[in-house]
Each structure stands twice: as C-alpha cells, then as structure tokens.
Design a protein around this ligand. Sequence first.
Ligand code: ADP
Length: 900
Amino acid sequence: MTDSIPPAEGATPALAQWFAAKAQHPDALVFFRMGDFFELFFNDAERAAPVLDIAVAHRGEHRGQPVPMAGVPVHAWEAYLARLIRAGFRVAVCDQMETPEQAKARRASTIRREVVRVVTPSTVTEDGLLEATRPAWLLALAEAGDGFGCAWLDVSTGGFETMALPKAELGALLARLEPVEAVAERDLAELPELMHRLPGRIAHRVKPRDPARLLREAFGVATLEGFGVFTEAELAAAAQALSYVRETQAGALPRLDPPRPQAGAAGTLALDAATRRSLEILRDQRGGDQATLFGAVNATLTAAGARELAGRLSAPLAEAEAVSARHDAVSFLLGAEATRGALRAGLKGAPDMARALARLALDRFAPRDLAALLAGLRIAASVRDAVLSAVLPAPALMAEAAVALAVEPSLEAELGRALNLQKLPARLEDGGVIAPGYDGELDALRRLRDGGRDAIAALQQDLAQAWGIASVKIRHHQQFGFLAEVPAAPAEKLLRASPVPAGQPLAPIHRQTMANAVRFTCAALADLDRKVAEAGERAAARERACVAHLKRLILAQGDAIARAARALAEVDVHAASATLAAEGGWCRPELTERAEFCIVAGRHPVVEAMQKRARGAAFVPNDCDLSPGRRLCLLTGPNMAGKSTWLRQNALMVVLAQAGLFVPAHSARIGLVDRLFSRVGGGDDIAGGRSTFMVEMAETAAILNQATARSLVVLDEVGRGTATWDGLAIAWAVLEALHDRIRCRAIFATHFHELTALAGRLPEVALASMKVREWRGEVVFQHLVGPGASERSWGVHVARLAGVPRPVLARANQVLSALEARARGGGPDALAEELPLFAQRVSQPAKPLSPIESALAEMDIDALSPREAQEALYRLKALSAEVDAAQHENPVARPSDTVV
Ligand code: ADP
C-alpha cells in the first residue's frame, strides 16, 4: 500500500490538476471526474477501495511508478459517496468544468477541472445521504474560559441554533444533538465523549477574525440584536460553522435560518447521556431505534414531523408556559376531531419541503424538488384552511402555525402553471419540466423543434420515393443526429448508381457502413437536422431560464417557505399526539410548579406497544404518587415482576409531558422537573474499560452532584455491582442523601430487603412492592404496584421459571425454609437438622469461618446476575484450590473443619 502521496513534479496535465485539488483539500478523498467515471488516485484509491468494495487498478506512470487508481461510475456516484461518508470520510468532488470540444477550442492540453464541493457528513443534502427522520447537525465549538460557545446547524433544513455551556455539560448536549460532524480549533482530547462519538469527523479551523461581521454579512443585517443575545463564544462558534459550510460548498450559499440563541440549559429538561441511554428515548441500548420511546409515540405522518418529534423528545422543556402552549394545541386537535381528520389527510404523503428548499438553494435540485415545493405549499394551504375553519377557536400555537402556513399564494399559482406534473422528468437535463402554455417563447421553440421533426418524418417518404427504396428509415443518433438508414442490399445499389444526381437536395451522401445497413444523409436532411438541433438547444436553454426564474421566485420566499415547513412539522406532531390520545387513551398531563408527582393508571408506552403487537397479555396500569410526605418511593419485589418497567414508565411520563405531548395514563399531575436522572445498576462498560461497579458509582456520583430539589431521580438496583454489604451500605447512603440533602422526588428499586427496614426511619419514604401471587406452587406476577414492602424475594420461583433443574430447586426450597425459620426465631435445631453446615456453625460459633464459607455467606444468590454467578463460581473454585494447596503444604493445620 502506498503510504503517502508522491511529489507532484513531472505529473501529466490531468494529474497535475489532481495534485492541485489534493493540496487544497488534504483531509478529503478527491473524486476526480474523467468522462463517465470519478477516479480516485494513489493513497485515496487504496483507502476507499475496501470501503467501496472495488478493485485498485494501475494506470500510467508517475515518476516511474504505476499510479494506483480506483473509479466509480458517475451515474451511481451517490451510492458510493454515501458509503464513504458513513465510513467517516470527506470527499472533494473535482468536476469537469468544460466539454472536451471546449478545451480543444481553446487549445488547452486538458479539460479544466475544479473542486465544486466537499461532501462531508453534515453538509450533504441528497436524500440518499440523509436520515429522513433525524437532523444532520454540524456542531461548532469555540472555547471560552471553562466553557464553550456552541453552534449547531443543519444544512439540509437550514436550522441554526447556539448555546453557551460550561464544559461539564457538553456531554449532555452531544447526547441530545447526536451531531454527525464537528468543527473546533484544536483536538479536544480532554473531551473523550466528543472524540469517541465523532472519530475522524472533527475538522480543525482557526477562529474566524470578526465573527459578528461574518454573520451580519451572511444574513444581510446591520446588527445581530434582532436574533437575540449571544456571548462572544457563541458568535465565534456560529461563524465557525458558517464558514466551514461555505468552504464545503465551494462558495455556494445554503439557505439558513438566522442563528437562534438557546436559553442555556435552563429552559430545557436536563438529561445526561446515561439517562438517555437508560430510558432509550431515541436509540435503544444497542444503538438501534426499534424499542424506543420515539418509536412507540411516533404517529407523525411526515419526515419533518418525525424530526420535530425527535427534537422535542431529546430536549423537553422546563418552562410551564411553553409546555402548556403545546398541550393546548394537542387538546384542541383532540377535541376538534373533524379538523384533525382533515389535517392528517392533508399531511399524509406531504413532501419534505425544508430539504427540497435546501437543495434548491445549493443548486443541487431535481425536478421532483420543484414538485415537492408545490405540493408542500398546497398542503400548507389546506392545513391552514382546516385550522381556520375549526369550530373551536385555535389556541396560540395553532393560530401562529396558521399564520406561518400562509405563503404568498401567487407562488403556488405560478408553480402550478409552470410545472409539467403529469410527465415530470427525473433530471433537469432531460427537458420537459415546464408545462406547455406557461411560456410563449418556450412553446414557439418547442414547436419549431417538433415541426422540424414532423418535416423529417415527411422527408422519409420523399426519400423512399426518390431513392426507390421503401425500407429507408430516418433515425436519430446521439452522435450524428438524423440519418437515413438503408438495409445492406438496396444500399449497395444506391452506392453504385444513385437515382438522384449529386448536388440535388435529396442526393444520398454516404456516412457510415455497418454490418446490415448503411447510413446516409442528404442536403435536405442535414439542413433539417441542423434546424431541429438548433431549435432543441434553444428550447432547452429557454427551459433552463424558466426553471431559473422559478428558482428565484421560490428562494425569494425561502424564509417564508421554511417557516411554513416548520409549522407543518409542528402541526404534524400535535396532531400525532392527539391521535394517540384519541386511540390509546392518553391524557393531558397537568404541570405545576409544586414538588409533586401523581400518576393514575400509568402505562409504559414501549412495553405496552410491544405487548399489543405480540398480542400478549394486556399491560397492567399502575399509579405512582410522590407527593410531599412520600417523595421517595422504595420499591421491592422479585425479578421479572415489573420493577424496571414501572420505574422507567414514570420517568418517561416526565419526558413526554415536558416535551409537550400527552401521556399514557388516566391522569397525571407533575411538578415541573429541572433534571431527570435514570440509572440501572449492574451494567458493564466493557468498551470503556470500566467495571460494573465503577460505572455505577460514577453515574451515581453524577446524580448526587447535580440533582436538585426539583429533580426526579429513578434508580434501579444501585449497589448491585459489589458485594452485598458494600452495596447495601452504598444504596442506603444514597437513599439518605436523596432524602435529607437533595430532597428530590425519587423512585428507588432494590433487592436489598434490609433497606425497607431502615427506610422506616426516613419520614419521606413510602414503601411499595410488586404484587406476586402463588398459585398451586407457581409464582404469578401480577405486575401490580401495591403499598408496603415485598414479603419474600421469590428467587427460587424465578429460578424455576428460568429452567433451573428440579433437584436443585427442591434443595434450595429446603434451605430457604430453614433460613426463614431461623429468621423467625425458630430454634437452631431445625436448622441444624437441615444443614450440617449451620449445625456446626451454631454449635461452635467461636470457630473462624473458612475463606470459602465467608465467601458463601457473603453471597446473595438472588442478587446475582448470571454473569456474576459464573464469576462467583470461578472465585470459589480458586479459593478451594488455595485451600487444597495449603493442606498439601501443611496437612495438619487444616484451615477449617467445617468444609462440607
Ligand atoms: P423487573 O425489573 O422486576 O425484573 P421488568 O420490569 O423487567 O421486571 O419486567 C419484566 C417483564 O414483565 C417485562 O418485560 C414485561 O413483559 C412484563 N411487565 C412488566 N410490567 C408490566 C405491566 N405493568 N403489565 C404487563 N406486563 C408487564
């Protein structure tokens, strides 16, 4: 493999162009256009070939060495590009800027080529390169003291926002935005989240000199004040993002919304990366999007609506007024059933206007983008009518949407007249985009062209007669234009003796002999051919002018169209939430400023949806009350009883409610939450190289350091990652801290039944447990949350469900009864009879325990995951080997007589 690129000296003229492009864009692969292929050379070819699954060939020589080369056909380049972009590459597209004829005419040794665009993950606009339901954020960071100015923009929709953040909160922002690319001044090695998330996708650029001026000029304003208040670092980041995008578009300017400064972290519900992972809001634990909150509640009908919903779920609000405004919109659409129906009928199949507009602005559009904008404008008008004609008065957000949906109607009318919707071609070059009747001049040129074609058809008859050959056929060839084709036998006669004397308009002129036929032209045909070609060219030019005119009209309304597109997306989200409420019994949550949390008959949207799909047992609704006096709920119950489900469903209520959506419950009253934390104990971060316990404690520390009295904390089995007594001690200390110091609302699920006893001492703790019934010796999970602590741990029953062999279960049951009898104060004799081990221990309490015994005593079998159980077995085995070795060395001093 060639490690680096050789020096450029001595390159052929074409290769010299490649070297120039590469020097301009050293961190990108150069796609070098050569006729019908984009070629990659040298090291680029070798890096790209395995990703593209193509072979590296060698062609020509450079400095005495063959040149490695790999190419992809131009007609399929998008698919190849997509693979490279997904693999983290940037691609500089170096295109041919003239035809070979033009190059020849100016006596140049090679065609002029230029980099017309750098394709990067965040600056693509093609649908094939974008995820339909997710934004493609470019995140720019500008350091300022111990914080960052952040700006993120989405070229594919024009979205542009900024925020100033302390460094510690960058991780949460990354988790929220999931940017596809970043720009920063330097490598931010101290930000492992960033490096981990975007390996190789961080571009380095120096800070722009005068950020404010760059932004003022880009948006054509004298001052940025109208957009809001920015910190210096936010301006620097915004300018950084903007200039990076410009650089990749080789000067073409995307249409962007003016940057909108976000009110720091205060306006949104804080969700850190671990909480997002644990709640599976947009991605499930494996990084997919199957069993996610988004998947369960996404009843939107458009891609833009789905993006809006994803944005709301990943950044729920923390201000009552803003949230209520959204709930008002959903309520309105829930009540106005006819309006909702009309509006959703309109939204179904609505095109992605924002992305079509972005392609138009960058001159990278196809006829279907024009059609999409027309259809979008029509849908906007119909949705607006539906809202305005509702019987109920529209609430603020819906009224605002109706205003935004009103785009200058003459645009829709003009597009409607201009576009040839019945027969829209796939590419602009194919011609036929503009409908007949729209432009007189275009119609005239097309008539001329078509008239010429008719004349040619008539000429075929004349030729047949004049040449005396009935089978003569006039055909059009890409390269030669119109030619008369004659089968070989009559052609021979014609060549030998022409019935029409030379010089006459119909005299045959030989052009080409093929296997079965000969091609001729004649003066009359050549003349018509030229006329048709000319008229065709002029018609095409006129059509291009018409399309450019439409493009100008559209872009003049660009901001209005973008607003309408956003309004459609928002209406789609509100209508989707109303539809879930109407069909699935979801309710409007009541949001208050008090520290309360009261859910009646709540459900887990994802588990419920999965059970419905599997036609399994119906989901059992459960209440949750964390009102003052019972702010902390301590939940116990066996494995598989539904603890995690209940915990998460209550956390998800907060996400949904504060995102402005309805919730799956009979009723819900929620005091606004500023930060939501959700943790599950016992997850290994093997990739991160940290043990279960380390991860658990790091995540717990984050909660204890950041949670406030307005937070909601949901902890599942914290303390499981270590030995029983450690774990219990830590769980207890955490519970106490949440209760006494942080004073937040919390649900705490635990296996440590000992905690429930301790909890009696904390006045704000209420005990709850999962109800379990025993029926003919089988355990039946009722999935019901009830008051009080769980009486037993049911571990043996769960073991049976899991298929542990019967003799083992029977023995475990014996041991369990003995232990329970002892706990009840039953005499030691019963236990001694059952278990020789205990007999000895009870009768000789002073005797020290062997290492194996101590290990066994410390082990809480019910609390072990299968992996932990296996580890425990290995540990015991190792201990026993040590014991054997010790005995072997000193057979007299046996470490313990009590080993059984
Ligand atoms: P735990 O955390 O107690 O081990 P889970 O919450 O993981 O239990 O629940 C185990 C399974 O029980 C779930 O996968 C789900 O299928 C079912 N389940 C949980 N809660 C309910 C419920 N309220 N109604 C119906 N099924 C439930």
